[in-house]
Ligand binder design. Structure first.
Ligand SMILES: NC(=O)c1ccc[n+]([C@@H]2O[C@H](COP(=O)([O-])OP(=O)(O)OC[C@H]3O[C@@H](n4cnc5c(N)ncnc54)[C@H](OP(=O)(O)O)[C@@H]3O)[C@@H](O)[C@H]2O)c1
Length: 230
């Protein structure tokens, strides 16, 4: 039996990942702020799904989530740092508060998650999967805060990967292109984009590799590009 803690599990990529891992026999801890959605998802999944309402910007919420998983399931094999927000604005319109918020959710959150989960992951020789973005390698106009957070995530987790692999903890970055979710105010339904289930499959792939094999990065692109004028 393997156990995963997934942040941002209330919708989008995190929800799809929770559904897929649960279907493959994982016990899943579901972390996000929207407790109602988490409870509904856990009830739908049934045994082995645990709602853990919390905010990834708060270290104590991560500590509580990890403790909840350990109490319920006795171990933690995978941390999926998925929660994230997208706020795309030119720098002239981007406030200090908005910049801080994006950095706190997308960069501080995964750091706090890793800190809280590390003892359990060292014990299980577990895996950390971070949902980064191709925007962590390619800057674009209006992406100042988001690009900074996702470039930063690759730096943080690149260092973590080198620090932890010999102790048996593997750190994997999954970098999707556009995914069809409600992310950054998008309306789902764009068939040219990746489906959230595609990203979930990449997460599962990384988790299924044998302990000796570390998939440190997965770039995942839609085969199609945005229709002209969209
Ligand atoms: N969609 C894309 O095109 C795309 C492309 C590349 C990478 N990504 C990355 O994929 C990840 C998931 O995005 P998505 O497309 O699934 O977006 P989404 O549908 O908007 O879901 C975002 C998730 O993050 C959670 N979240 C946001 N702020 C949080 C906080 N402070 N504490 C705890 N949870 C929080 C949300 O839950 P609550 O609101 O309930 O807290 C929600 O479950 C993000 O890291 C994003 O950067 C997305």
């Amino acid at each position: 039996m393997r156990v995963a803690l997934i942040s941002g599990a209330s919708r989008g990529i995190g929800e799809a990942t929770a559904r897929l891992l649960h279907a493959r026999g994982f016990r899943v801890g579901l972390l996000a702020r929207d407790g109602e959605r988490l409870r509904a998802l856990a009830a739908e999944l049934g045994e082995g799904a645990l709602p853990l309402p919390g905010d990834v910007r708060r270290g104590e919420d991560w500590e509580r989530a990890v403790a909840g998983v350990l109490q319920a399931f006795g171990r933690l094999d995978a941390l999926v740092n998925n929660a994230g927000i997208g706020l795309m604005k030119p720098i002239s319109e981007l406030s200090e508060a908005e910049f801080r918020e994006v950095l706190e959710v997308n960069l501080l959150g995964p750091f706090l998650g890793l800190k809280a989960a590390l003892p359990a992951l060292l014990a299980s020789k577990g895996v950390v999967v971070n949902i980064g973005s191709l925007a962590g390698k390619n800057a674009f106009k209006g992406g100042a805060a988001y690009n900074a957070s996702k470039f930063g995530l690759l730096g943080l987790m690149g260092a973590a990967m080198l620090e932890l692999r010999e102790a048996g903890v593997r750190v994997v970055n999954v970098l999707p292109g556009s995914v069809d979710t409600g992310f950054a105010g998008n309306t789902p339904g764009a068939s040219w984009k990746l489906a959230p289930e595609d990203v979930a499959q990449a997460v599962l792939f990384a988790l299924e590799m044998p302990e000796r094999a570390l998939v440190s990065e997965i770039e995942l692109r839609p085969t199609q590009t945005a229709p002209k004028g969209s």
